[in-house]
Design a protein around this ligand. Sequence first.
Ligand SMILES: C=C(OP(=O)(O)O)C(=O)O
Ligand SMILES: [Mg+2]
Length: 607
Amino acid sequence: MPDSLTPHPGPATPGDHAATGASPASGSGAHAGGGGPWEGAGGRLGGLGVSQGRAAGPVIRLGDPPELPAPRAVTDPGAEAATAAKALEAVAAELNRRALAAGGEAAEILEALAMIAEDPMLLEEAERLTAEGADAAHALDAAFAGHREALAQLGGYLAERAADLDDLRHRAVAAALGLPMPGLPSPGHPYVLVATDLSPADTAGLGPDVVALVTEHGGPTSHTAILARARGLPAVVACQGVTGLADGTVIGVDGGTGEIAIGLSERETADVGRAEIARRARLRTSRGPGRTADGHAVKLLLNIGSAADLAPHGAGAGTAETGTAETGAEGVGAEGVGAEGVGAEGVGAEGVGAEGVGLFRTEFLFLDRRQPPSFEEQVAAYAEVFGRVEHVIVRTLDAGTDKPLPFLGLPREQNPALGVRGLRVDRLLPEVLDTQLDAIAAAARQAGAEPWVMAPMVTTVGEASDFARRARARGIARVGVMVEVPAAALRAGRLLQEVDFLSIGTNDLAQYTFAADRQHSALADLLDPRQPALLELIALCAEAGRQAGKPVGVCGEAAGDPLLAPLLVGLGVTSLSMAPVCVPEVREALAALTLDECREQARAALA
Ligand SMILES: C=C(OP(=O)(O)O)C(=O)O
Ligand SMILES: [Mg+2]
């Protein structure tokens, strides 16, 4: 049975988000597979691609930090303390000035940095050191070093923030020495900015002439990566040796694969620019089923909370794209939209032409209420979605922790994330699940649909088999479970003897694998879905699915990351379910690589 949302021409998608295409030297991101669209006579470097897209242009390296001269004999400690204070003031003033000019997210970052420069503890430490005989520059250097050390010892995400302090230190020392403050070059032409590490202040202050970023240090959660992604600027971090390139060397940067090609010709540079413009245009109109460059089908599905997350019925009149021969049995096209599909007028969810709904989070119907929704109300809400989308995976109520439902009257818990949540609510209130399964079955009959149904937070085989029995007893043909707990991943093969499919919730699976609260920003590095331990669990599930001949998808946020999607496919998952905005880029990312290349990425990540 084909699973589909009718593809239709929709509004511009958020894939078109960068200034790079506006610049003549800006790059592509066409992701034509293994190597870039360049020869690059000067060889290659490799790093970690953290922001999709390709660009080419001459390298300009960020100016070196000021050299600290030998300590001076101090005759007037008060004057040194005043110089140190003025230097910190000047740094804060400069950052605030740039914040005003930048606006938005960049302004917030610059203002936060200005506040660090104004931190009284920093000044007190510098004053203490001048009183002990240090000159202003050395006092500032030592005060920043102390703060930096404290951060670095905390490790992980906070250690990545140490670079912020280095940048402030360079600025403050330069100000104390009467040197110009180090900062971004403005050569008046497009260029690739290369640096040992880029401070948030620098990244936030980037002008439109920067077409790509490459740094020698940095990680996927660094500000460089986050801001580059937000701006759609191709970026590569952890690129060893890049600062050894001479200014003016023309390089090609692939922010997806992390490849740097050195010594591009004028023609190659122009080709990269054209390809990038074409890529962005393609993303805007991207349609069709998910598949790799060699035709391996991977369903691209949507995460929704209600029918309102689908485009209004009838909004996207017209030209449904027809399926093609390579689409295969699981493909989607005009023929995939039957009477039970989204309708002849061709409504694609948000116009992105996905192949169905991979995660219908039903708890949104239950939130913010004094009473649970009635049986009839539930039937109407589910039938509305089933009537508009042919392939829907509906998840039963996932209450608890971040989604509390007061009317359930669940007992207060010391540690709710490890308590009665998801399917576990059924232990206390079995009628909630029974009513919901009844409502799903009734809605399916009403809409003439065959939804797949899955349970959240399943931990044991016993839970899976009980859930499957109760769902099948109501005529629900395809029953699955989410894999969000390591115990479930470890028993994936056994679970698949009970159910028809698995859907991996990487958000919770990361939380429970790394014992790190998924909402805790200071633990973001632990929650990074690239962590090999998480990837191993995903691989276990995918392999179990392959052996059982049953689908295993991913519906956590990781599925919508175009840098991760190929890797997940390489691990063997069969579908990716994501927020609608993510679909075009993920589709594009998969289409650029063969299945073998995806597998190679997976092998490398696991290693
Ligand atoms: C998709 C998931 O479920 P939710 O984010 O709703 O907990 C997940 O945990 O990855
Ligand atoms: Mg979850």
